[in-house]
Design a protein around this ligand. Structure first.
Ligand code: SAM
Ligand code: MD0
Ligand code: SF4
Length: 353
C-alpha cells in the first residue's frame, strides 16, 4: 500500500517519540501544522499512549477557588481587568474560602488552587501576611496540597507563601513573545513575571507555566513558549484558548478553534511526558473535558463548588451553579474513557517526588 511521504514522516516521528533529547523545531512545527482528521487522531493517540506509560489510567483533580476578583492590572483579555466596570466583583473572607476548600476536599479533589487578582487589599502588605495566613489555614483544614495563583509577588513574599505551605506557584506568561506580551499584559513587566517563577523554584515551590492561544500568536510563538517551558523546569504546563470577555478591549475577537489548543496539549505531552497537563473546565465547561483528556491532558482543573458564589476565569459562570464542574460529574466521563481518578496519596507522592 502507498504511504505519502508526509504520512511516513508522521508515523516515524510519533514512533520515535519526542522526549529525552533535543527536538528539532521543524518536527514540532510539523506537528502543530497537522490538520487532517486522521493525522490528528494519530497525534492524540500517541499522546495518550505516552500519558499511559507515565501515569497509567490515573487522572488528577484540582479544586479551584477564585477568592478575590479585584485586580490592579488591566490585561486586555481578562474579564476582571481593572477598567472593566462590571459590578459583580467580590472578595471572599477567610471563612467563606475555607468552607469552599473543605467542600472541595470532601468531594474528592487532590489539590486546592487559591487564585486571586492582584488585589490591592492583599498587595498592601508587601510581605503578603494575610495570604500566607490563608494558605496555612486552608492546609490545616483540608490537609491537601495547595497551589497559589496570586500574579507577580516579590521574592520575600514568595518565601513566606512557601513557608506557609504553598506547594505550587502558578503564573502564566501567556506568550514568550515580548511584543505580544506587552499587548496582552499592558503596563506589566515581561521580565518580572518570568523572574517570579525562578524565585518560586528557588523558594522550593513547584511551578506551573502556561500559554494562551487565539490571542494573535503565531505558530513560532507557540514553539518558543514550548522551548521556554522545557528549559525552566515547570512541572505543570498548560494551554488555554482565549475566551472573549464583555467590557474588555478584546470583546469583539473571535475565540480560536479548539483544535489548536488540543494540538498544543498533545505536543506538550509528547515533549514532556511525565509532567502535569491540565484539561481546564474553564474554557468549554464540562462538555470540553473529553477532548482535552483525549489529547493527552492528565489533570482536570477548575472544579468549583456550586452555589457558593465563586467565579471561574475564562468562563466566569458557565456550569458552576448547575454543579457540572464537580468531581461527581467528572468521574463518569473519565470512566467512559477507561480512566479513573487517582487517590490523594498517589497525587501527594507525585508532588513529593
Ligand atoms: N491574577 C493572576 C494572574 O493573572 O496571574 C491569577 C489569575 S488569572 C485570572 C489566571 C489566568 O487565567 C491568566 O493567566 C490567563 O492565562 C487565564 N485567563 C484570564 N482570562 C482569560 C480569558 N478570557 N480566556 C482564557 N484564559 C484566560
Ligand atoms: C483553571 N480557572 O485551572 C483555572 C485557572 C489558575 N491557577 C488556574 C486559570 O482553569
Ligand atoms: Fe488581573 Fe490576572 Fe486578570 Fe490580569 S489576568 S487582569 S492580573 S486577574
Amino acid at each position: 500500500c502507498f504511504l505519502s511521504q508526509e504520512t511516513y514522516y508522521l508515523d516515524n516521528l510519533l514512533d520515535q517519540g519526542l522526549s529525552g533529547r533535543p527536538v528539532s523545531p521543524e518536527k514540532i512545527m510539523f506537528l502543530l501544522n497537522l490538520n487532517k482528521d486522521e493525522d490528528l487522531e494519530k497525534l492524540f493517540q500517541a499522546a495518550r499512549d505516552r500519558r499511559e506509560r507515565y501515569f497509567g489510567q490515573k487522572i488528577f483533580l484540582y479544586g479551584f477557588i477564585y477568592f478575590s476578583t479585584w485586580c490592579r492590572n488591566d490585561c486586555t483579555f481578562c474579564y476582571y481587568r481593572r477598567s472593566n466596570p462590571e459590578s459583580n466583583r467580590y472578595r471572599k473572607n477567610v471563612d467563606e474560602t475555607i468552607e469552599a476548600a473543605v467542600r472541595l476536599k470532601e468531594s474528592g479533589v487532590h489539590l486546592i488552587d487559591l487564585t486571586l487578582g492582584e488585589d490591592p487589599f492583599y498587595q498592601r502588605q508587601k510581605g503578603f501576611d494575610d495570604l500566607a495566613d490563608l494558605i496555612s489555614q486552608v492546609k490545616r483544614e483540608t490537609k491537601l496540597p495547595v497551589m497559589i495563583s496570586p500574579g507577580v509577588v516579590p521574592e520575600d513574599a514568595l518565601k513566606k507563601l512557601a513557608a506557609a505551605g504553598a506547594d505550587w506557584y502558578a503564573c502564566y506568561q501567556e506568550t514568550h513573545s515580548k511584543v505580544l506580551f506587552n499587548k496582552l499584559r499592558i503596563d506589566q513587566s515581561y521580565d518580572a513575571r518570568l523572574h517570579s517563577k525562578k524565585m518560586a523554584l528557588k523558594a522550593g515551590m513547584l511551578v506551573e507555566e502556561g500559554l494562551l492561544t487565539g490571542v494573535g500568536e503565531s505558530l513560532s510563538d507557540i514553539l518558543i513558549s514550548l522551548e521556554h517551558m522545557s528549559r525552566m523546569g515547570a512541572r505543570q504546563v498548560r494551554v488555554m484558548s482565549f475566551v472573549p470577555q464583555k467590557g474588555t478591549p478584546m470583546e469583539g475577537w473571535r475565540t480560536s478553534s479548539r483544535v489548536q489548543e488540543l494540538k498544543v496539549i498533545a505536543v506538550m505531552r509528547l515533549l514532556f511526558p511525565d509532567r502535569l497537563i491540565p484539561a481546564s473546565l474553564d474554557v468549554d465547561g464540562i462538555d470540553g473535558l473529553q477532548d482535552r483528556i483525549k489529547a493527552g491532558a492528565n489533570v482536570v482543573t477548575s472544579l468549583i463548588p456550586p452555589q457558593l458564589g465563586f467565579a471561574g476565569v475564562a468562563q466566569n459562570s458557565k456550569d458552576i451553579n448547575e454543579g457540572y464542574r464537580t468531581v461527581y460529574e467528572v468521574i463518569p466521563i473519565l470512566e467512559q474513557m477507561g480512566l479513573t481518578a487517582a487517590s490523594p496519596g498517589e497525587y501527594r507522592s507525585w508532588v513529593n517526588r
